[in-house]
Design a protein around this ligand. Structure first.
Ligand code: 3NM
Length: 211
Protein backbone atom coordinates (compact mmCIF):
# COMPACT_ATOMS: atom_id res chain seq x y z
CA UNK A 1 0.00 0.00 0.00
CA UNK A 2 1.13 3.53 -0.73
CA UNK A 3 1.32 6.32 1.83
CA UNK A 4 0.89 9.88 0.54
CA UNK A 5 1.56 12.74 2.98
CA UNK A 6 -0.12 16.04 2.16
CA UNK A 7 0.79 19.43 3.57
CA UNK A 8 -2.01 21.28 5.33
CA UNK A 9 -1.43 24.92 4.49
CA UNK A 10 -0.65 25.61 8.15
CA UNK A 11 3.14 25.43 8.05
CA UNK A 12 5.85 27.85 6.98
CA UNK A 13 8.23 26.71 4.25
CA UNK A 14 10.86 25.91 6.89
CA UNK A 15 8.40 23.85 8.96
CA UNK A 16 7.16 21.96 5.91
CA UNK A 17 10.71 21.18 4.80
CA UNK A 18 11.66 20.06 8.32
CA UNK A 19 8.71 17.67 8.57
CA UNK A 20 9.19 16.36 5.01
CA UNK A 21 12.86 15.68 5.65
CA UNK A 22 11.90 13.53 8.65
CA UNK A 23 9.19 11.54 6.92
CA UNK A 24 10.09 11.15 3.25
CA UNK A 25 11.65 7.71 3.63
CA UNK A 26 8.39 6.46 5.17
CA UNK A 27 6.19 7.77 2.40
CA UNK A 28 5.46 7.11 -1.27
CA UNK A 29 5.01 10.80 -2.02
CA UNK A 30 4.93 14.18 -0.34
CA UNK A 31 2.35 16.58 -1.74
CA UNK A 32 2.84 20.32 -1.49
CA UNK A 33 -0.76 21.51 -1.20
CA UNK A 34 -0.27 25.16 -0.40
CA UNK A 35 -3.07 27.17 -1.94
CA UNK A 36 -1.94 30.48 -0.46
CA UNK A 37 1.70 30.29 -1.50
CA UNK A 38 3.01 32.07 -4.57
CA UNK A 39 4.73 30.02 -7.26
CA UNK A 40 8.09 31.30 -6.04
CA UNK A 41 7.33 30.06 -2.50
CA UNK A 42 6.48 26.63 -3.92
CA UNK A 43 9.70 26.66 -5.97
CA UNK A 44 11.68 27.64 -2.88
CA UNK A 45 10.10 24.77 -0.90
CA UNK A 46 10.82 22.25 -3.67
CA UNK A 47 14.44 23.39 -3.91
CA UNK A 48 14.87 23.07 -0.15
CA UNK A 49 13.22 19.65 -0.09
CA UNK A 50 15.62 18.40 -2.76
CA UNK A 51 18.54 20.01 -0.92
CA UNK A 52 17.65 18.13 2.28
CA UNK A 53 17.61 14.82 0.42
CA UNK A 54 13.98 14.28 -0.54
CA UNK A 55 14.10 12.48 -3.92
CA UNK A 56 12.47 14.68 -6.60
CA UNK A 57 10.43 11.65 -7.69
CA UNK A 58 8.65 11.71 -4.30
CA UNK A 59 7.60 15.34 -4.57
CA UNK A 60 4.18 16.19 -5.99
CA UNK A 61 2.73 19.65 -6.36
CA UNK A 62 -0.96 20.20 -5.94
CA UNK A 63 -2.90 22.05 -8.63
CA UNK A 64 0.04 23.77 -10.41
CA UNK A 65 0.71 21.44 -13.34
CA UNK A 66 3.03 23.64 -15.36
CA UNK A 67 5.15 24.44 -12.33
CA UNK A 68 5.47 20.74 -11.55
CA UNK A 69 6.53 20.03 -15.15
CA UNK A 70 9.09 22.85 -15.09
CA UNK A 71 10.56 21.63 -11.80
CA UNK A 72 10.90 18.09 -13.16
CA UNK A 73 9.55 16.54 -9.98
CA UNK A 74 7.49 13.39 -9.46
CA UNK A 75 4.21 14.75 -10.66
CA UNK A 76 1.16 16.84 -10.04
CA UNK A 77 -2.02 16.27 -8.12
CA UNK A 78 -5.05 17.86 -9.76
CA UNK A 79 -8.25 18.92 -8.11
CA UNK A 80 -11.45 17.47 -9.57
CA UNK A 81 -12.06 19.97 -12.36
CA UNK A 82 -8.47 20.44 -13.52
CA UNK A 83 -7.34 19.26 -16.97
CA UNK A 84 -4.99 16.37 -17.44
CA UNK A 85 -1.39 17.28 -18.28
CA UNK A 86 1.38 15.08 -19.58
CA UNK A 87 5.05 15.44 -20.45
CA UNK A 88 6.77 14.64 -23.72
CA UNK A 89 9.22 12.26 -22.09
CA UNK A 90 7.81 8.70 -22.20
CA UNK A 91 10.38 7.51 -19.65
CA UNK A 92 9.61 10.26 -17.18
CA UNK A 93 8.74 9.45 -13.58
CA UNK A 94 5.85 11.86 -14.02
CA UNK A 95 2.62 10.88 -12.26
CA UNK A 96 -0.68 12.65 -12.52
CA UNK A 97 -3.28 12.16 -9.83
CA UNK A 98 -6.72 13.66 -9.58
CA UNK A 99 -9.14 14.02 -6.69
CA UNK A 100 -12.55 12.61 -7.56
CA UNK A 101 -15.81 12.45 -5.68
CA UNK A 102 -17.95 10.22 -7.87
CA UNK A 103 -17.65 7.14 -10.09
CA UNK A 104 -18.44 9.31 -13.10
CA UNK A 105 -15.48 11.59 -12.38
CA UNK A 106 -13.28 8.58 -11.72
CA UNK A 107 -14.10 6.98 -15.09
CA UNK A 108 -13.52 10.26 -16.88
CA UNK A 109 -10.12 10.71 -15.20
CA UNK A 110 -9.19 7.15 -16.14
CA UNK A 111 -10.18 7.79 -19.77
CA UNK A 112 -8.03 10.93 -19.86
CA UNK A 113 -4.94 8.98 -18.76
CA UNK A 114 -4.70 10.01 -15.11
CA UNK A 115 -2.35 7.61 -13.26
CA UNK A 116 -4.15 7.41 -9.93
CA UNK A 117 -7.13 8.83 -8.06
CA UNK A 118 -7.70 10.25 -4.63
CA UNK A 119 -11.18 9.41 -3.37
CA UNK A 120 -12.68 10.76 -0.18
CA UNK A 121 -13.34 11.75 2.27
CA UNK A 122 -13.75 8.28 3.68
CA UNK A 123 -13.98 9.04 7.41
CA UNK A 124 -15.04 12.14 9.32
CA UNK A 125 -12.23 14.67 9.40
CA UNK A 126 -11.68 18.15 10.75
CA UNK A 127 -10.12 18.93 7.36
CA UNK A 128 -13.63 18.70 5.77
CA UNK A 129 -15.82 19.72 8.71
CA UNK A 130 -19.10 20.44 6.90
CA UNK A 131 -19.44 17.36 4.71
CA UNK A 132 -20.49 13.81 5.58
CA UNK A 133 -17.90 11.13 4.96
CA UNK A 134 -18.41 8.81 1.98
CA UNK A 135 -17.44 5.67 3.87
CA UNK A 136 -15.97 2.32 2.94
CA UNK A 137 -18.93 1.08 0.86
CA UNK A 138 -18.64 3.98 -1.58
CA UNK A 139 -14.88 3.48 -1.68
CA UNK A 140 -15.34 -0.17 -2.57
CA UNK A 141 -17.83 0.63 -5.34
CA UNK A 142 -15.48 3.19 -6.86
CA UNK A 143 -12.48 0.85 -6.65
CA UNK A 144 -14.45 -1.81 -8.51
CA UNK A 145 -15.49 0.65 -11.20
CA UNK A 146 -11.96 1.64 -12.30
CA UNK A 147 -8.73 -0.15 -13.14
CA UNK A 148 -6.30 2.58 -12.09
CA UNK A 149 -5.04 2.84 -8.49
CA UNK A 150 -7.32 4.51 -5.95
CA UNK A 151 -5.85 6.20 -2.91
CA UNK A 152 -8.26 6.74 -0.03
CA UNK A 153 -8.23 10.11 1.71
CA UNK A 154 -9.95 11.79 4.64
CA UNK A 155 -9.74 11.02 8.33
CA UNK A 156 -7.49 8.04 7.82
CA UNK A 157 -5.78 6.66 10.90
CA UNK A 158 -3.23 3.82 10.98
CA UNK A 159 -5.84 1.32 12.17
CA UNK A 160 -7.96 1.92 9.04
CA UNK A 161 -5.39 0.44 6.61
CA UNK A 162 -6.82 -3.09 6.61
CA UNK A 163 -10.38 -1.96 5.87
CA UNK A 164 -9.20 0.39 3.15
CA UNK A 165 -7.14 -2.33 1.53
CA UNK A 166 -10.10 -4.70 1.69
CA UNK A 167 -12.23 -2.10 -0.06
CA UNK A 168 -9.78 -2.31 -2.96
CA UNK A 169 -7.73 0.86 -2.52
CA UNK A 170 -4.03 0.87 -3.35
CA UNK A 171 -3.05 3.32 -0.68
CA UNK A 172 -3.88 6.08 1.74
CA UNK A 173 -3.34 9.83 1.78
CA UNK A 174 -3.02 11.66 5.09
CA UNK A 175 -2.96 15.38 5.73
CA UNK A 176 -3.48 16.60 9.32
CA UNK A 177 -2.66 13.20 10.83
CA UNK A 178 0.94 13.62 9.67
CA UNK A 179 1.67 17.30 9.08
CA UNK A 180 -0.03 18.44 12.26
CA UNK A 181 1.15 15.58 14.44
CA UNK A 182 3.46 16.32 17.35
CA UNK A 183 5.83 13.62 16.10
CA UNK A 184 5.27 13.24 12.34
CA UNK A 185 7.99 10.64 11.89
CA UNK A 186 6.58 8.46 14.65
CA UNK A 187 3.10 8.72 13.13
CA UNK A 188 4.48 7.72 9.71
CA UNK A 189 6.11 4.71 11.31
CA UNK A 190 2.71 3.71 12.75
CA UNK A 191 1.11 4.00 9.30
CA UNK A 192 3.94 1.88 7.87
CA UNK A 193 3.54 -0.78 10.57
CA UNK A 194 -0.14 -0.98 9.78
CA UNK A 195 0.60 -1.23 6.04
CA UNK A 196 3.14 -3.99 6.71
CA UNK A 197 0.50 -5.83 8.72
CA UNK A 198 -1.85 -5.64 5.73
CA UNK A 199 0.85 -7.12 3.47
CA UNK A 200 1.59 -9.84 6.01
CA UNK A 201 -2.10 -10.75 6.37
CA UNK A 202 -2.39 -10.91 2.57
CA UNK A 203 0.61 -13.21 2.26
CA UNK A 204 -0.74 -15.40 5.05
CA UNK A 205 -4.14 -15.77 3.41
CA UNK A 206 -2.52 -16.42 0.01
CA UNK A 207 -0.41 -19.23 1.44
CA UNK A 208 -3.39 -20.68 3.34
CA UNK A 209 -5.38 -20.55 0.10
CA UNK A 210 -2.72 -22.60 -1.67
CA UNK A 211 -2.80 -25.40 0.89
C1 3NM B 1 -7.35 17.27 0.94
C2 3NM B 1 -8.52 16.40 1.07
N1 3NM B 1 -9.23 15.98 -0.02
C3 3NM B 1 -10.26 15.23 0.33
C4 3NM B 1 -11.23 14.68 -0.63
O1 3NM B 1 -12.22 14.12 -0.20
O2 3NM B 1 -10.97 14.82 -1.81
S1 3NM B 1 -10.38 14.98 1.98
C5 3NM B 1 -9.03 15.92 2.27
C6 3NM B 1 -8.50 16.22 3.62
C7 3NM B 1 -7.82 15.06 4.25
O3 3NM B 1 -7.31 15.47 5.43
P1 3NM B 1 -7.05 14.56 6.68
O4 3NM B 1 -6.05 13.53 6.31
O5 3NM B 1 -6.51 15.59 7.64
O6 3NM B 1 -8.35 14.01 7.12
Amino acid sequence: MELHAISTGQQSIDQLVKIASQIYSWTTAIHIREKKWSDSQVINAVQQLIHTGVPPSKIRINSRPQLAVNLNIGGVHLSEHMSYITTDDPLSRWKVGRSVHSIEQALQAQDEGVDYLFYGHIYATTSKPDLSPRGLDQLEKLCHAVSIPVIAIGGIQPEHCQDIHQAGATGIAVMSGIFEAEHPQHVCQLYNESIQQVTFTDLQSQSLGKK
